[in-house]
Ligand binder design. Structure first.
Ligand code: FES
Length: 104
């Protein structure tokens, strides 16, 4: 079995337009672009039932669409209430214009 799992193409992700992906065996994930960097986080807000990929990205901060809480895309740490629990982050692997993460 492959040791990594493909999420999307780098070109699928523009700054401000995160890509929602649901790889088999993983929780829902979001792929973000910040300038020339790519980040992968869990896509579910830890405050409630909302997809962060539907939220509003400002640089390396993603604001949840439901109650306006926010997370740092780089670290997963909450940066604005009512969010107080971090979201998971995953190290992206970029190969041939594709975004992968390591299989758990
Ligand atoms: Fe995200 Fe409430 S569900 S801030």
């Amino acid at each position: 079995m492959e040791d990594k799992i493909r999420l999307c193409s780098v070109d699928d992700v523009a700054e401000g337009f995160p890509c929602a992906v649901n790889p088999v065996g993983f929780i829902a994930l979001a792929v973000f672009r910040v300038a020339n960097e790519v980040f992968v986080t869990g896509n579910l807000c830890t405050h409630g039932n909302a997809l962060l990929s539907d939220g509003y990205q400002e640089g390396d901060v993603i604001e949840c669409p439901l109650h306006g809480g926010a997370f740092c895309i780089r670290s997963g740490e909450p940066v604005s209430l009512p969010c107080s629990e971090r979201i998971p982050t995953y190290e992206p692997i970029l190969e041939n214009g594709q975004v992968f993460i390591r299989r758990a």
